[in-house]
Design a protein. Structure first.
Length: 289
C-alpha cells in the first residue's frame, strides 16, 4: 500500500516544531529516522496530515558529555552514531550493547535513539536499557520543558508520557557507577524484535568484593520494561555464585507475568527470561572484576 497524502515540513527550530504540533486544525507526526512511522504510513495504520522532520534542527543533534559527566542524546541523533561513540562505549557500554541488538545496520544508521524510546515497543531494546540506566527524558511543549524519570516515561504499549503537542528533545543518562553489565535477548532470527531480553547492571563493593547494587530489567515481559527487584535482591551482597544466580533466575520464573501471543507462550518467555538472566548475571559479574 501507499501512504495517504500528507504535507512534509522540515523546521529549523524547536519552537517551529512545537507550533506545528500545537496546530489543532491538522494532525502532525514527528519523523526522524522513520523506521517505525514509515511502515505504519504505508499500511495506513497512521494517517497524519503533516510530517514534521526534526533532523534539520541543530539543537536536536546533540551528543556529548556535560561537565557533570551526564550523557546527552538529542532527538535527531542516529542509533549507530551513539553506539560507535568512544565516550558512550566507555561510560555507558550497556547502551552501546543494546543498540547492537537492534535490527540490522541499515536500521541503526537511520533510526534514532529518541525515536525508538518515544515509539515504545515493549519488545524493543532501548526502553529496557533506558530504565536500567536511570534515564531522564526532557520533553518540551506549549507548557514549557519538563523532565520525566524513566520509571514514569513508559506508560503502556506504544504509549509514553509525551503528550500529542509535545516533543521528546533529548534523553539524559547520568554517570554510571556500575561497571558490570550485560544485555542478552532471545530472538527467532537475527534482527527480529526480542521474544524476551534482559539488561543487568552490577556494582561491586571494593571492601567486601560482593555486589553493592544491582539492576535487572526485562523487555518482552509486559506492556512496559519490567524491573525485577526480587532478582536484584537475590544478587546484592553476594559474589554472584551459583546459589545467587539460581535464586535470581527463580525470581524471574516466579514474578514475571508475560502474555501469550502468536510469537511465544508466557511459559516460554518466563523460562527464556530465567535462562538469559542467569547468563547475563555471570557475564556482568565477570566484567566487574
Amino acid at each position: 500500500m501507499k501512504p495517504a497524502p500528507f504535507d512534509y515540513i522540515a523546521p529549523r527550530r524547536v519552537a517551529d516544531v512545537l507550533a506545528l504540533l500545537a496546530d489543532e486544525e491538522r494532525e502532525a507526526k514527528i519523523v526522524a529516522g522513520g523506521q517505525s512511522l514509515i511502515p505504519m504510513l504505508s499500511m495506513r495504520l497512521a494517517r497524519p496530515e503533516v510530517l514534521v522532520d526534526i533532523t534539520r534542527v541543530p539543537e536536536l543533534d546533540r551528543l556529548d558529555v556535560d561537565a557533570a559527566g551526564a550523557l546527552h542524546i538529542g532527538a535527531a541523533v542516529r542509533q549507530s552514531t551513539v553506539a560507535d561513540d568512544p565516550a558512550v562505549r566507555d561510560g555507558w557500554p550497556l547502551l552501546a550493547a543494546a543498540i547492537g541488538h537492534i535490527g540490522h545496520p541499515q536500521i541503526r544508521h537511520r533510526g534514532t535513539v529518541c525515536g525508538s524510546l518515544a515509539h515504545h515497543d515493549p519488545a524493543a531494546e532501548l526502553p529496557t536499557a533506558a530504565l536500567a540506566l536511570d534515564a531522564r527524558f526532557v520533553v518540551d511543549g506549549p507548557r514549557g520543558p519538563r523532565a520525566v524519570a524513566a520509571e514514569d516515561f513508559f506508560v503502556a504499549t506504544f504509549q509514553t508520557a509525551v503528550e500529542p503537542d509535545e516533543l521528546l528533545t533529548e534523553v539524559v543518562l547520568g554517570p554510571q557507577t556500575a561497571r558490570g553489565w550485560a544485555f542478552e535477548e532471545l530472538t527467532r532470527r537475527h534482527g527480529d524484535f526480542a521474544t524476551v531480553g534482559v539488561a543487568v547492571l552490577l556494582e561491586r563493593a571494593d571492601a567486601s568484593g560482593t555486589v553493592r547494587d544491582a539492576r535487572v530489567v526485562f523487555c518482552g515481559a509486559g506492556p512496559v520494561p519490567v524491573r525485577l527487584p526480587a532478582a536484584e535482591q537475590a544478587l546484592i551482597g553476594t559474589a554472584v555464585d551459583e546459589r545467587a544466580v539460581t535464586a535470581a533466575a527463580a525470581a524471574a520464573l516466579d514474578h514475571l507475568a508475560p502474555a501469550d501471543d502468536i510469537h511465544a507462550t508466557a511459559r516460554y518467555r518466563r523460562e527464556g527470561a530465567a535462562h538469559l538472566l542467569a547468563r547475563a548475571c555471570t557475564t556482568a559479574w565477570e566484567r566487574c572484576s
